[in-house]
Design a protein around this ligand. Structure first.
Ligand code: FES
Ligand code: FE
Length: 434
């Protein structure tokens, strides 16, 4: 039993109804800069939501672990002795230091380097130096690492949530799974992560990146013009090739979003991947609509902060690090069935385009930092932003699951912020008794 009681005033709550007009397509820039809003996001958006943790291929034997974050909370993801993947708060129950400071590895136990408390890979406290110095009421069974109550995976992607009452992962993903399958389920053999995890810091609010990956094909021709030119075999600009391409954008009620050009001849850009890939078999397994659309191209975000790019197998998480900063962690996914040289071609293509110094990634990061850098100006901050493209175009077209809009649209952006607003204005499970 604890006599500790946290006063509600420690966590002031703002009504954000006036900061997002999802129906009208307008946003107040305070949502990118305000510290109180940011703290509320950690409590009401990140803590209750399913967040990406790792890929299943990172764990092959008991003791394998990977350290990451859920929101700003450090967590250890580990395979226990029964081969179950579990996650724990990476913070010692004694004075709070991280009990694991390695990025990944294999361990029998995690020993805190401050005073030496040690925990096994199931998070149980197994050793306390000078345990005799504690009162009789001290029970190591009460002081294990705080476990993430729900951890689950979907087609190789492991997610966790602090919310014990959250609906299942499958339910939270809803019809977004159809769009995810186009990248994750080509042949029933699954995917694996290759080449480690790349991590870099950007001076921008995490939502700028997450919403762009949910909704924004619009920036491609302008922001990435030189990159597209460099990739073009003719060296010509992208305009005639891409600007008029038709496509669809998916807007999910839970805030997820995906956009993709639609073309019967959609192809993977990396030649070895394109030559190896069996499009006919994929058509058989997935269907024409997935193959001509989200299989090879486009962008997507699983709300709130996990995004991916089918064209190069890039998956990434936008870790929030305060209102002004995010840390990007990015993996390359390949099909398990690919020969090694095809996997390597995919990895290199991803690094060249969307690695930390990739020719496209640089353009995007520059835009987000630019938007963030000026948004604290008093007048700037009060000047609303426009998310009105495709307003009213959302419909169920019968070919793609759920509600879709035009490729060039802010529909998924509006859905993203509608969901964000709803969570921000709803008490989370941990507030119910306070
Ligand atoms: Fe971990 Fe003291 S903080 S043992
Ligand atoms: Fe981009």
């Amino acid at each position: 039993m604890s006599n500790l009681r946290r006063p509600a005033e420690l966590s002031p709550t703002l009504d954000v109804s006036g900061l997002v007009d999802a129906d009208g397509g307008l946003l107040d820039r305070a949502i990118f800069t305000d510290q109180t809003i940011y703290q509320q996001e950690l409590r009401r958006v990140f803590a209750p939501s399913w967040l990406f943790l790792a890929h299943t291929s990172q764990f092959t034997k008991p003791g394998d672990f990977f350290t990451t974050y859920l929101g700003e909370d450090p967590v250890i993801v580990a395979m226990d002795k029964t081969r179950r993947i579990r996650a724990y708060l990476n913070s010692c129950r004694h004075r709070g230091a991280r009990v694991c400071r390695a990025d990944f590895g294999t361990a029998k136990a995690f020993t805190c380097t401050y005073h030496g408390w040690a925990y096994d890979v199931a998070g149980t406290l197994i050793s306390v130096p000078n345990q005799a110095g504690y009162p009789e009421s001290f029970d190591t069974g009460d002081w294990g690492l705080v476990e993430v109550p729900q951890v689950d995976s979907y087609n190789g992607l492991i997610f966790g949530t602090w919310n014990p009452q959250a609906p299942s992962l499958r339910e939270a993903l809803g019809e977004m799974t159809w769009y995810m399958d186009a990248m994750l389920d080509h042949d029933g053999q699954g995917t694996e992560a290759v080449g480690g995890v790349h991590k870099w810091v950007l001076e921008g609010n995490w939502k700028l990146a997450a919403e762009q990956f949910a909704t924004d094909w619009y920036h491609v021709n302008m922001s990435h013009a030189s990159a597209l030119m460099a990739l073009s075999p003719t060296g010509k600009g992208p305009r005639e090739e891409i600007v008029h391409r038709s496509g669809r954008q998916y807007a999910d009620p839970n805030g997820h979003g995906a956009g993709f050009p639609v073309h019967p001849k959609n192809r993977f850009d990396a030649q070895p991947v394109h030559q190896w890939f069996d499009y006919a078999a994929a058509r058989e397994r997935l269907g024409e609509a997935q193959v001509e659309g989200p299989l090879t191209n486009g962008h997507a975000t699983v709300f709130p902060n996990f995004s991916y790019l089918p064209v190069n197998g890039s998956i990434r998480i936008w870790h929030p690090k305060g209102p002004d900063r995010m840390e990007v962690w990015a993996w390359t996914l390949v099909d398990r069935s690919m020969p090694d040289e095809v996997k390597e071609a995919q990895r290199l293509y991803n690094l060249r385009t969307f690695g930390p110094s990739g020719i496209f990634e640089q353009d995007d990061g520059e835009n987000w930092s630019e938007v963030q850098a000026i948004s604290r100006g008093f007048v700037t901050n009060r000047t609303p932003l426009n998310y009105q493209m495709g307003l009213g175009s959302e419909r169920d077209d019968g070919r793609y699951p759920g509600t879709t809009s035009e490729l060039y649209s802010d529909a998924a952006g509006r859905a993203f912020y509608r969901r964000w607003q709803s969570l921000m204005n709803t008490s989370a499970w941990h507030e119910e008794n306070t």
